[in-house]
Design a protein around this ligand. Structure first.
Ligand SMILES: Nc1ncnc2c1ncn2[C@@H]1O[C@H](COP(=O)(O)OP(=O)(O)OP(=O)(O)O)[C@@H](O)[C@H]1O
Length: 209
């Protein structure tokens, strides 16, 4: 599902303008990398796409109504959440099911599939807080994948990971885009990850370069 931004600006309370007149198309079935220095507006753009922030002016058009899946920056998720890997991934089904409803066999099959695709089936009974950074990040991506959203957003999914874990996640994002037709958008500071993406949008001080 392609997403189109037209002349989008975004402001924070106090009048700070974080994005200026952004126009771009994020293609379906492809990975788009958002790059740029600290404070250039990458997270702000992801928040706009996720719908947690509204543009001040301009429009964001989705081909059809959708609830994006969003893997927020690692620092925003407490390390010691008392959840197993499987419970964490299962929470991805709540978006569709509502957490007051029993999960169906189909929901459990989606969770199994997401655990397998991220290679974390063997970790399913481990506590989130006991995992390595790379294992934890794969769990959070599996949770997002379990939402079965056509739009997957990730804010620096490989921050603080070693080169092997980075590569594993980069490869996984490519597979999600090509195999599922998902529109994948991720912010990154790693040149290798940006190079592996199908498209790159580079921001500087809130402007598209
Ligand atoms: N909640 C907020 N209130 C006010 N200003 C904010 C808020 N969040 C971000 N900003 C400002 O908006 C600008 C863009 O920030 P943003 O977090 O989008 O950048 P970024 O490119 O994601 O940075 P980083 O690489 O450090 O994560 C910065 O000048 C930042 O200070």
């Amino acid at each position: 599902m392609p997403v189109t931004l037209h002349e989008v600006t975004a402001d924070y309370p106090g009048g700070h303008r974080a994005l200026h007149g952004i126009s771009a198309t994020l293609p379906a079935g492809a990975v788009t990398a958002l790059t740029g220095p600290n404070g250039s507006g990458k997270s702000t753009l992801l928040n706009l796409l996720a719908g947690t922030l509204s543009p001040t002016t301009g429009t964001i058009s989705y081909e059809r109504p959708c609830r994006p899946a969003y893997v927020v920056q690692r620092s925003a998720v407490p390390d010691a959440l008392p959840l197993t890997v499987r419970e964490t991934v299962t929470m991805g089904r709540w978006a569709e099911r509502g957490h007051w409803r029993r999960l169906t066999r189909a929901d459990r099959a989606v969770v199994d599939d997401c655990l397998a695709r991220l290679g974390i089936e063997d970790l399913s009974h481990r506590q989130l807080g006991d995992l390595s950074g790379g294992q934890r990040q794969r769990t959070l991506i599996a949770q997002a994948l379990a939402q079965r959203s056509p739009l997957l957003l990730l804010d620096e999914p490989t921050a603080a990971l070693d080169a092997a874990a980075q590569r594993q996640i980069t490869d996984t994002l490519t597979r999600i885009a090509t195999e599922d037709g998902t529109t994948v958008v991720h912010a990154t500071h790693h040149p290798a990850e940006a190079a592996a993406a199908d498209h790159t949008l580079t921001l500087a001080a809130g402007h598209l370069c």
